[in-house]
Design a protein around this ligand. Structure first.
Ligand code: SAH
Length: 346
């Protein structure tokens, strides 16, 4: 089987290139084509001889993201991409434009196993993990298509990043490396539904990136109903891990909280959340839940979000009501999916 060249570090590639009997400097050239120029084939590597390109093609596979469809929002500058992977699977990624630059929201798996009841990404389960190269290629394909420099990455697309832990860590290493796109770890956010042992593993990596936790409820009763992962690791256990994270790294944690009408949005929920987050170095993002056609959740009203936010703020917890981008093209949180059988509309 051909090797996945884009998932190799420069050091690994160098060792292999030397083992193939080629001069060491070739590794640097190839790596730069792949990770700086975002090349999608050996053909493009014009400073390599034809013979060498043919040889590389025999040994290596370049895992790419082919643009299958592109959806452009009419209300903001958001673009959603449906990508086809080399093996024919589909994933989605989103490009968002902010004042501070371009952010790409990447997927980490084809589908998701976490079964959160409000999320479209989990509806057909998880087909497989994405390789580091396939997470990278989402950013590279979008960089090429728009001729831009991406400055921020959020691992908030399809999939649970901490359920694909090793590949996600390698992706982080490759994308933040100055031999590649050199995106600062501080500009990268990873979001998790709360796989507690992996949060402890992350702490040991001394992470520089931002950790987001999809909390969505203040107690086990509500959270276990909407997020099955909570039956394994409950709210208290999760928040304990989050506190260890902030205390060890001195980095603030973000809590995502999708407000669903009549589910998790009462004043009582806000007070309970305030009590539980007291003293934790954190920030809460309140998001009006996005609609997903397979479930019946309704988003809370803006007044409800504001009332909820006020209660948290009164306890000294900084809270943002996040605007949703790309709502008209189903590019918002929890709306990404791999199943495009319906075709046509976004
Ligand atoms: N599996 C990871 C990464 C996905 S990030 C995680 O759970 O954090 C996608 C974010 O969108 C998560 O915070 C998720 O809980 C949230 N989300 C899912 N469905 C949503 C919906 N219908 N409305 C608003 N947010 C939603």
């Amino acid at each position: 089987m051909k090797q996945d060249i884009k998932s190799l570090t420069l050091q690994e590639l160098t060792t292999q290139i030397v083992d193939l009997g080629l001069p060491k400097f070739r590794a640097g050239q190839i790596y730069s084509w792949l990770h700086k120029q975002c090349a999608e084939s050996f053909e493009e590597m014009t400073n390599l001889s034809k013979d060498l390109r043919a040889k590389l093609d025999e040994v290596y596979e370049i895992k790419n993201c082919q643009i299958e469809r592109k959806y452009e929002s009419k209300i903001d500058d958001t673009k959603k991409y449906l990508f086809r992977l080399n093996d024919g699977e589909f994933i989605e990624s989103v490009l968002m434009k902010y004042k501070y630059g371009y952010t790409v929201c990447v997927s980490s798996q084809v589908g998701c196993n976490m079964k959160c009841s409000f999320c479209a990404s989990t509806i057909d389960g998880c087909v497989r993990n994405l390789a580091p190269s396939e997470i990278l290629s989402q950013v590279y394909a979008i960089t090429r298509d728009n001729d831009i420099r991406v400055s921020h990455i959020v691992l908030m697309g399809m999939g649970e990043p901490l359920d694909n832990y090793e590949n996600v860590l390698r992706f982080l290493e490759l994308i933040s490396n100055d031999d590649g796109l050199n995106i600062s770890a501080r500009h990268i956010s990873i979001s998790t539904c709360g796989i507690v042992p992996r949060i402890y593993d992350l702490i040991e990596q001394h992470p520089q990136f931002t950790l987001s936790v999809s909390l969505h409820a203040p107690n086990d009763e509500i959270r276990s109903r909407i997020m099955p992962v909570n039956k394994k690791w409950g709210v208290d256990e999760l928040l304990e891990a989050c506190r260890t994270y902030t205390e060890t790294t001195s980095r603030r944690i973000s809590f995502e909280y999708a407000m669903m009408d009549g589910v998790n949005d009462t004043d009582e929920c806000a007070r309970e959340l305030r009590q539980k987050l007291k003293g934790t170095l954190c920030h809460v993002n309140l998001i009006p839940a996005n609609e997903v056609r397979e479930n019946d959740y309704k988003r809370s009203s803006l007044e409800r979000l504001e009332a909820f936010s006020k209660i948290l703020e009164a306890g000294g917890i900084t809270t943002t009501i996040r605007r949703s981008l790309g709502g008209d093209i189903d590019a918002s949180c929890g709306q990404l999916r791999r199943n495009h059988k319906e075709g046509g509309e976004a």
